[in-house]
Ligand binder design. Structure first.
Ligand SMILES: Cc1cc2nc3c(=O)[nH]c(=O)nc-3n(C[C@H](O)[C@H](O)[C@H](O)COP(=O)(O)OP(=O)(O)OC[C@H]3O[C@@H](n4cnc5c(N)ncnc54)[C@H](O)[C@@H]3O)c2cc1C
Length: 322
């Protein structure tokens, strides 16, 4: 549920900016509880159905709904938790950014991060959970974010772009071959508008196979290959940009939880559980590895269901001990 903002200067020195939802482009809601929460968010303008992308998006950008849910929480962001430990006062946290400081004590520790990353932190306290976490298969994704000069030579760029989007440009392309699996025009999503730039903003996700084959390639090389592929796709619609104004790539090492290969399913497969909670240690784990069949379009739903169930269990435990 990530969005990245990019800005650049044009030849006249004028600054432009646009946004790219470079993580989950949209998400589906099948479970009644998640659907109800989502419809409530939709009524409050925090989410919208996106027909072209099949599913829902948060508004005006992907992190907005979660930010709203966290309103009033005392957050410490932009810190990587490097180490956690526990003493008689509770849980303590050390971050990579401030290795000499410790944060805490906390009553409860919840790990809601990709399973492989959670394994290292939980291992000293629940080695059995760490072992299960390491069995979760994760699929990486290389993602391109690109903004191009619209394929028109005269007139107001913003207007031309808006008209272009309506008349010619598809909002979603699903290439049948080549390195790209999915191409999305970000500014055609609900509530994004053209962000006032007039530059069509594209997010393109590489296929699983291409990503795995190029996982460790230098970012510059990946950027070149994906940009060429994107230009090729847009050319088919007569919409290749006159020039690229901005292009960057992001490597999601743990983008999606993949189904376990047939015959190798772990006995304690997390997809059949809602979350993990140990009331004695006051520690829990939640995320998209739990709560369902690991279909790629329902990762957000699984994370929401799992987090909600863990929250219920934590609150029940705290109520019992207060
Ligand atoms: C390219 C892409 C396409 C996707 N497409 C879809 C889709 O179409 N539909 C769908 O439903 N889902 C999709 N997903 C998956 C969806 O985004 C995830 O399933 C969902 O976001 C998982 O939520 P989570 O809360 O479990 O974990 P995350 O969203 O991974 O959140 C975990 C957070 O913890 C942070 N973190 C990790 N380690 C640490 C640490 N040590 N200290 C501090 N912070 C840490 C991470 O930076 C991250 O912000 C896609 C994901 C990607 C990347």
């Amino acid at each position: 549920m990530a969005t990245r903002r990019a800005s650049w200067l044009d030849a006249e020195g004028q600054q432009h900016a646009c946004h790219f939802d470079h993580g989950a482009p949209a998400f589906e809601a099948e479970h009644p509880a998640f659907l109800a929460a989502l419809l409530n968010a939709t009524e409050h303008g925090l989410a919208a159905r996106w027909d072209a992308g099949v599913g829902f998006v948060a508004c005006p950008e992907q992190p907005s709904w979660a930010k709203h849910l966290l309103h009033g929480a005392n957050l410490c962001t932009q810190h990587t938790v490097a180490k956690v430990w526990r003493d008689q006062t509770g849980w303590w946290v050390q971050t990579a950014e401030a290795p000499t400081e410790r944060l805490g004590p906390f009553d409860v520790m919840v790990l809601a991060i990709p399973a492989i990353q959670a394994a290292a932190l939980i291992s000293p306290f629940r080695p059995d959970w760490a072992q299960q976490a390491l069995a979760v298969q994760q699929q990486p994704t290389w993602t391109l974010m690109a903004a191009g000069l619209p394929p028109v030579s005269t007139g107001n760029l913003a207007e031309a772009s808006r008209e272009g989007a309506q008349r010619h440009q598809p909002a979603v392309i699903r290439p049948s071959s080549g390195p790209l699996a999915l191409v999305i025009r970000n500014d055609a999503k609900p509530a994004r508008g053209t962000a006032g730039t007039g530059f069509p903003c594209w997010v393109a996700h590489a296929t699983d196979e291409w990503t795995l084959a190029h996982l460790e390639d230098p970012a510059e090389q990946v950027r070149g290959a994906l940009l060429a592929a994107l230009a090729g796709e847009l050319e088919e619609y007569g919409q290749a940009p006159r020039a690229w104004a901005h292009a960057a790539v992001h490597r999601w090492r743990y983008a999606l939880v993949a189904p376990a290969p047939t015959g190798t399913e772990a006995r304690e497969d997390w997809s059949t559980q809602p979350c993990l909670w140990d009331p004695t240690l006051a520690v829990g784990m939640a995320g998209d590895a739990f709560c369902g069949t690991r279909a790629r379009h329902t990762g957000v739903q699984r994370a929401w269901l799992s987090g909600t169930r863990l929250a219920e269990q934590v609150l029940q435990s705290l109520a019992l001990h207060s």
